[in-house]
Write a new protein. Structure first.
Length: 201
């Protein structure tokens, strides 16, 4: 009761206030705090792509279309990072993958391999894994996050995170064509300062 609590989006803040919890501030997610003012439109697009899909939010029709769209725009290496336990099994079940296996490289499921791919392979990221996309942004690479639930959507509303609905292929293609569809990221620095300073007392 004596401390200010941090939440990562306005939606959560309002839900807490609705049930009487007032000592709360929206700081956004700490993983985004170093991204203030970062631009998120695709610039100097890479020839390679790193992508993710989500095994527990399956949408075979649109995930198939995602793979096809990626292959249409990237003409060199296409890497798949299986972040979740069932992601490798899921991608292998998709029709487009079955017919085009040789176009894809499946990475090992380790953070080191994920970060090595970002750092050393000149890739752009597209995918449904929110914090994979944030990690790519932290490493100053192009990233487009595809929302499969409200977490990414609500953070995007607050801080201009580069998020679109997974079914919004028009916006995806605009981003891939390097059209400007996003504003720069804007982190609530005053709220972060307020939350941090309570620990100095």
């Amino acid at each position: 009761n004596n401390f200010m609590h941090s939440v990562r989006d306005e939606y959560t803040l309002n839900k807490l206030k609705d049930i009487g919890i007032e000592n709360v501030v929206n700081t956004s997610c700490p993983t985004t705090w170093e991204l203030n003012s970062q631009q998120t439109n695709r610039v100097n697009g890479a020839a390679n792509c790193l992508f993710t899909i989500t095994d527990y939010m399956k949408d075979a029709k649109n995930d198939d279309l995602l793979l096809q769209t990626i292959c249409d725009f990237f003409n060199e290496r296409i890497y798949f990072f299986p972040q979740g336990n069932g992601d490798s099994e899921y991608i292998k079940s998709l029709d487009f993958f079955k017919k085009n296996k040789t176009k894809f490289t499946i990475l090992n499921r380790t953070i080191s391999e994920f970060e090595d791919c970002i750092s050393n392979s000149n890739v752009d990221y597209i995918g449904t894994r929110l914090h994979a996309g944030i990690n790519v942004l932290q490493l100053k690479k192009n990233a487009l996050i595809l929302a499969v639930d409200n977490r990414a959507t609500e953070m995007a509303k607050d801080i201009n995170l580069p998020v679109i609905d997974r079914r919004d292929f028009d916006s995806m293609r605009k981003w891939l064509k390097q059209e400007k569809i996003f504003k720069d990221i804007k982190i609530p620095t005053d709220n972060i300062k307020l939350w941090k300073e309570q620990f100095k007392k």
